[in-house]
Design a protein around this ligand. Structure first.
Ligand SMILES: Nc1ncnc2c1ncn2[C@@H]1O[C@H](COP(=O)(O)OP(=O)(O)O)[C@@H](O)[C@H]1O
Ligand SMILES: [Mg+2]
Length: 241
């Protein structure tokens, strides 16, 4: 059984089919890439999977359970968590307090939540910043904190939305290394990226969206040579480079 199963998922905004009859599976411990040009429907797909939007049609099944009637916090509690394209840590509280908010999802006692939050900061390499206000972090540190916040909720699967956006190449490598480590520790990933090269080294399987539809699925090598994919990215050379 797949860990995540997306079945005939469709989302219409008025006349626009932002996600159009999309189906795919993610197996336990995989890192699957979801790519596509701007406006292809990647973030909408994440919003549908994690309960921030309800589908016009179709369904999402996580760990054998249909998610259709669940709210985002309930889906998070099942072990499916997501980051946001725009990092969302609370700026005026500390790094530790940000991680604590995630930890309380599964650890109602303050002592247990704090242990979990500190352990999570250790996993993402932010222990030395625990008492810093989030607004004083650099962008790469904020991305680490964004991951820590969701990691603290104890997920089996993480959805990352353009986690590399705004980072330089060295910083992107740091984030990719972190994702690989977390995957080695057992977390399954669905990773949305606009820039193809970020996903190439991370995923053995990539799904390509264009205008809400799946236009290709395969290894990085296969999709990067697929004429439909090249066509979809036409005029966005730096995204495929
Ligand atoms: N809440 C919304 N209301 C109306 N249109 C939306 C909304 N969210 C996204 N869209 C539209 O749906 C399409 C897909 O958007 P999105 O999922 O954000 O794409 P991506 O993340 O791949 O860049 C775009 O045309 C976008 O303008
Ligand atoms: Mg997006």
């Amino acid at each position: 059984m797949a860990m995540l199963s997306v079945r005939d998922l469709t989302k219409c905004f008025g006349g626009l089919r932002a996600v159009d009859n999309l189906s795919f599976d993610v197996e336990e411990r995989e890192i699957v890439g979801l790519i596509g040009p701007n406006g292809a429907g990647k973030t909408t797909t994440f919003n549908l999977i994690t309960g921030f939007l309800s589908p016009t049609a179709g369904e999402v099944i996580f760990d054998g359970r249909p998610l259709s009637d669940l709210k985002p916090h309930q889906i998070c509690k099942l072990g499916l968590a997501r980051t946001f394209q725009i990092v969302q840590p609370f700026p005026d509280i500390t790094v530790l307090e940000n991680a604590l908010i995630g930890a309380y999802v599964r650890h109602p006692s303050t002592a247990a939540a704090e242990r979990k939050a500190r352990e999570t900061l250790e996993r993402v390499g932010l222990t030395h910043k625990a008492d810093e206000l989030a607004k004083n972090l650099t962008l790469i540190e904020l991305k680490r904190l964004e991951i820590a916040r969701v990691l603290a909720t104890g997920p089996k699967m993480l959805l990352l939305d353009e986690v590399a956006a705004g980072l330089n190449l060295a910083e992107i490598d740091e984030i990719l290394e972190l994702v690989r480590e977390l995957n080695d520790q057992g977390i399954t990933f669905l990773v949305v990226e606009h820039v193809m090269k970020v996903i190439m080294s991370l995923s053995r399987r990539i799904i390509v969206l264009d205008f809400g539809k799946k236009i290709a699925e395969g290894t990085p090598d296969e999709v990067s040579r697929d004429p439909r994919v090249l066509e979809a990215y036409l005029g966005e050379e730096e995204a495929v480079a």
